[in-house]
Design a protein around this ligand. Structure first.
Ligand SMILES: *[C@@H]1O[C@H](CO)[C@@H](O)[C@H](O)[C@H]1NC(C)=O
Ligand SMILES: *[C@@H]1O[C@H](CO)[C@@H](O)[C@H](O)[C@H]1NC(C)=O
Ligand SMILES: *[C@@H]1O[C@H](CO)[C@@H](O)[C@H](O)[C@H]1NC(C)=O
Ligand SMILES: *[C@@H]1O[C@H](CO)[C@@H](O)[C@H](O)[C@H]1NC(C)=O
Ligand SMILES: *[C@@H]1O[C@H](CO)[C@@H](O)[C@H](O)[C@H]1NC(C)=O
Ligand SMILES: *[C@@H]1O[C@H](CO)[C@@H](O)[C@H](O)[C@H]1NC(C)=O
Ligand SMILES: *[C@@H]1O[C@H](CO)[C@@H](O)[C@H](O)[C@H]1NC(C)=O
Ligand SMILES: *[C@@H]1O[C@H](CO)[C@@H](O)[C@H](O)[C@H]1NC(C)=O
Ligand SMILES: *[C@@H]1O[C@H](CO)[C@@H](O)[C@H](O)[C@H]1NC(C)=O
Length: 377
C-alpha cells in the first residue's frame, strides 16, 4: 500500500513537473524570458569587462532579455542581439563622454554561450589593442558584426570565413589615437577567407592593412550579394586589371581612395553596370581617363581627383551619365578647351550635377555660363 502511494505521489509530481514546465515554456514564448545558459554566459562575459560608468547596471535579475543591449527572439526566447556600442559618439572637441562610456577589459569566450546570436556590435569601445578573439568566427548565425573603433587590432582571424550568414561586417579602424590610447591597425595576410562570407552585403575595411595581399579582389569577386566595399587607406599598391568573370555585379559602392595603386584604371570596373558611387581619388592611377566611364550609367558620384593620369581630355562619353550628381576631377592633369567641356556638359549630366570640382590648371577659354547654375560648386 505504502509502495502504491509512493508510486502515486511520484506520478503526481511527474505530471506536475510537466505542467510547470509547460507554464514555463509558455511564459518563455510570451515574454521571451531568458535562457539560463545564455544568462550565465552573459554574466561571465560581464565579469571580464571594465565598465567604469556602470553602463551594464541593468545586468541583474533573472530575465536577461530585459538587460541593456540584450535582445531575445520573440519566437524562441534565445538571445539574438548584443549591442554594446558606446552611446556617446566620438568627438574631436570633447572626448570625455566617449572615453568614460567606453567599455574595456577582456572579451571572455563565455560569449560563445550565445549560440543563436545574429547581431553583435562592440563598436566605439576600447579593448586595449587586443587581437580579435578567434572564437568570433564561431557565431554561425551572425548577420551583423561591428568591431569598428573597438580598440582591437592585429591580424584578422581566418575563422571569420566561417561566418556564412554575415551580411554586414564593419572593421573600420580609425588610426588616430583616441584618449591617449594606442590604436593597433588590423591586418590581412591572405584574403581567401573573405570568400567564405557568402551572404555579405556591406564590407567596411577602411584602414585595414592590405599592403601585401594579392588576392583581395579575387576573394571579393566571389561574393554574389555584395553591395558596398570600403577599402580606403588600406595601403593597396596593386589591383588586377582584368577579371575572367565579373561576379560582383550587385556592387553599388566601391571606395578605393587613399591607396597607392599605380596602374591604369582596371577594366573590370566597367562591367559593374549598377555602380552608383566610385571613389578612386588619391591614388597613383596613370594612363588616360577611359571613355568606358560612359558605360556606368548608374553613377551618381565619381571621384578621380589627385591621380597621375596622362595629360589629356575628359572623355566626351561622360555626357551619358544622366544621374551624376558629384564629379571631382581636381588635382589631375587636364588639357582641354572649355568649349569641349561644354559639349560634355550639354548632355543630361548637366541637369543632375550638384558638385563639380575641376582641376586648377589645364583648362583654357571662357567659363561656360551654365557653370553658375550648378547648385554647389
Ligand atoms: C516574464 O515572465 C516572468 C514570469 O511571469 C516575469 O517575472 C517577468 O517579469 C516577465 N518579463 C517580461 C519582460 O515581461
Ligand atoms: C518582439 O516583440 C517586441 C515587443 O512586442 C516588438 O517590439 C519586437 O518588434 C518583436 N520583435 C520581433 C523580431 O518580432
Ligand atoms: C558600425 O559602428 C559605427 C560606429 O559605432 C557606425 O558608425 C557604423 O555605421 C556601423 N556600421 C554598420 C555597418 O552599421
Ligand atoms: C572555421 O575556420 C577555420 C579556419 O578557416 C577552420 O580551420 C575551421 O575548420 C572552421 N570551423 C568550422 C567549424 O567550420
Ligand atoms: C609587407 O611586406 C614588406 C616587405 O616584405 C614588409 O616590410 C611590410 O612590413 C609588410 N607589411 C605588412 C602589413 O605585413
Ligand atoms: C561566380 O559566381 C558563380 C556562382 O555564384 C560561382 O560558381 C563562380 O565560382 C564565381 N566565379 C568567381 C570567379 O568567383
Ligand atoms: C565586360 O563587358 C563587356 C561588354 O560590355 C564584355 O565584352 C566582357 O566580356 C565583359 N567582361 C567580363 C569580365 O565580364
Ligand atoms: C605613388 O606616388 C607617390 C607620390 O609620388 C610615391 O611616393 C609612391 O611611391 C607611389 N606609389 C607607388 C606604388 O607607385
Ligand atoms: C602633367 O603633364 C605635364 C605635361 O605632360 C607633365 O610635365 C607633368 O609632370 C604632369 N603632372 C602630373 C602630376 O602628372
Amino acid at each position: 500500500m505504502a509502495k502504491r502511494n509512493a508510486h502515486f505521489l511520484f506520478l503526481m509530481l511527474f505530471l506536475l513537473g510537466i505542467h510547470l514546465q509547460e507554464i514555463n515554456l509558455c511564459n518563455g514564448a510570451l515574454n521571451s524570458s531568458c535562457n539560463p545558459v545564455e544568462r550565465s554566459a552573459l554574466v561571465e562575459f560581464k565579469q571580464g569587462l571594465e565598465d567604469t560608468t556602470n553602463r551594464l547596471s541593468s545586468w541583474m535579475g533573472q530575465d536577461c532579455c530585459t538587460w541593456e543591449g540584450v535582445a531575445c527572439s520573440n519566437r524562441t526566447g534565445h538571445v539574438i542581439k548584443l549591442d554594446l556600442r558606446n552611446p556617446h559618439p566620438f568627438s574631436d572637441i570633447d572626448y570625455l563622454p566617449y572615453n568614460e562610456w567606453s567599455l574595456g577589459g577582456e572579451l571572455n569566450p563565455s560569449l560563445l554561450g550565445l549560440k543563436y546570436l545574429k547581431y553583435l556590435d562592440l563598436s566605439m569601445n576600447y579593448f586595449g589593442g587586443a587581437d580579435i578573439p578567434k572564437f568570433m568566427g564561431s557565431f554561425y548565425h551572425l548577420q551583423y558584426l561591428n568591431l569598428s573603433r573597438a580598440g582591437l587590432g592585429g591580424l584578422l582571424p581566418h575563422q571569420f570565413g566561417n561566418l556564412s550568414n554575415l551580411q554586414y561586417l564593419d572593421l573600420y579602424n580609425d588610426l588616430e589615437p583616441y584618449f591617449g590610447a594606442q590604436v593597433r591597425e588590423f591586418r590581412i595576410d591572405d584574403a581567401i577567407w573573405i570568400s567564405g562570407l557568402s551572404s555579405l552585403r556591406q564590407l567596411n575595411m577602411e584602414n585595414v592593412n592590405l599592403q601585401n595581399v594579392s588576392n583581395w579582389l579575387r576573394a571579393l569577386n566571389t561574393l554574389p550579394s555584395i553591395e558596398e566595399i570600403h577599402l580606403s587607406s588600406c595601403g593597396i599598391e596593386h589591383v588586377q586589371l582584368s577579371l575572367p568573370h565579373v561576379n560582383f555585379t550587385s556592387l553599388a559602392l566601391l571606395d578605393l581612395s587613399y591607396n597607392s595603386i599605380g596602374s591604369s584604371i582596371p577594366t573590370w570596373l566597367f562591367n559593374i553596370s549598377g555602380l552608383q558611387y566610385l571613389d578612386l581619388s588619391h591614388n597613383n592611377f596613370t594612363g588616360p581617363i577611359p571613355s568606358l566611364f560612359g558605360n556606368l550609367v548608374s553613377l551618381s558620384d565619381l571621384n578621380l581627383a589627385e591621380n597621375y593620369f596622362i595629360k589629356g581630355a575628359i572623355p566626351i562619353s561622360l555626357r551619358n551619365l544622366c544621374k551624376l550628381q558629384s564629379l571631382k576631377l581636381w588635382g589631375i592633369n587636364i588639357s582641354m578647351d572649355l568649349s569641349e567641356l561644354n559639349v560634355i556638359f550639354s548632355g543630361c549630366i548637366k541637369i543632375s550635377l550638384e558638385i563639380l570640382e575641376l582641376p586648377d590648371a589645364g583648362l583654357t577659354g571662357q567659363l561656360p555660363e551654365w557653370l553658375g547654375e550648378l547648385k554647389r560648386l
